[in-house]
Design a protein around this ligand. Structure first.
Ligand SMILES: *[C@@H]1O[C@H](CO)[C@@H](O)[C@H](O)[C@H]1NC(C)=O
Ligand SMILES: *[C@@H]1O[C@H](CO)[C@@H](O)[C@H](O)[C@H]1NC(C)=O
Ligand SMILES: *[C@@H]1O[C@H](CO)[C@@H](O)[C@H](O)[C@H]1NC(C)=O
Length: 249
């Protein structure tokens, strides 16, 4: 009896050990952010790498559990992030996965955070993970899907359901919209959440994030002149192989 208990105890230890507790996920949330809403709410600055695209930015490719609808994060401790593994896609990342917070940044800490939080859970290597996200972004092309239905970032109010169905017509699945409070305390289009399965296909979301919006929401304009340029563009920044790696946590 005592030895059986000991075996059960040992097995318990084994399964509780971090080595065996490999986290898995069910689907991705592909998250876009509308910079016009960001600049309407907080100060925004030109990144040190130059002007980003006048378009939706990628915000994340997040690993999720479909049962709990919770994020699956930090699957590997002290995982390294190597900026030089993203060399071939730096231009696209600077345009579409930019960080416009103030003071100006070069985006690298954003990518590093995303990689350590979600990327390492994806089962992909760093290059593949970011490439995958950029390909998905290009496939969705939110601004053109919206403009096809007469929806533009022109400071007008649009029905939330019209925004969702304009995107759904393009990609075949309904996105979730996250709003923030914009001018005149109106809800505005801030983020778009799209579910993607492990094969990279868009899918209906297995649950909801339960975001709060009103039935019609503001679509705030975004122009790159809205970005504060006081932090001068870093002239020391050269797009050349950068061989530092960053392993702190
Ligand atoms: C999702 O979470 C539930 C509850 O914690 C767990 O039982 C399940 O195994 C998780 N799914 C995956 C794919 O890890
Ligand atoms: C990442 O994985 C792909 C295969 O999926 C492989 O072709 C590529 O060489 C890997 N890159 C690195 C830097 O390990
Ligand atoms: C830009 O930033 C500087 C320094 O923080 C500030 O003095 C200036 O008012 C800002 N300009 C705009 C248009 O926000």
């Amino acid at each position: 009896m005592a030895s059986r208990l000991a075996v059960v105890f040992l097995l318990g230890l084994l399964f509780a050990s971090p080595l065996l507790a490999i986290k898995s996920f069910d689907f991705f949330y592909l998250v876009f952010m509308w910079p016009g809403a960001y600049c309407a709410q907080s100060k925004c600055c030109v990144p040190t790498t130059g002007l980003p695209a006048e378009d939706f930015f990628l915000w994340g490719l997040q690993t999720y559990n479909a049962t709990t609808m919770k994020a699956v994060t930090k699957c590997i401790k002290n995982s390294p992030f190597y900026i030089n593994q993203l060399l071939n896609m730096r231009e696209e990342l600077d345009s579409y996965w930019s960080n416009i917070k103030c003071p100006s940044t070069n985006g690298q800490s954003t990518w590093k955070k995303t990689w350590k939080l979600y990327g390492v859970c994806s089962g992909m290597n760093e290059t593949d993970y970011f490439q995958f996200a950029l390909e998905l972004r290009a496939k969705v092309d939110l601004l053109s899907l919206l403009s096809k239905k007469g929806i533009y970032p022109d400071f007008n109010l649009y029905y939330l359901t019209d925004i969702q169905s304009a995107i759904a017509e393009g990609i075949g699945v309904t996105p979730e919209i996250r709003c923030s409070k914009g001018p005149y305390d109106k809800f505005q289009l801030y983020q778009v959440y799209i579910c993607v399965n492990k094969d990279g296909e868009f899918m209906e979301c297995p649950g909801s994030q339960g975001f709060t919006c009103s039935s019609s929401i503001l679509f705030h304009p975004f122009h790159d002149w809205m970005l504060n340029k006081t932090s001068a563009i870093d002239s020391n920044y050269i797009k050349m192989p950068i061989s530092w790696s960053d392993q702190d946590d």
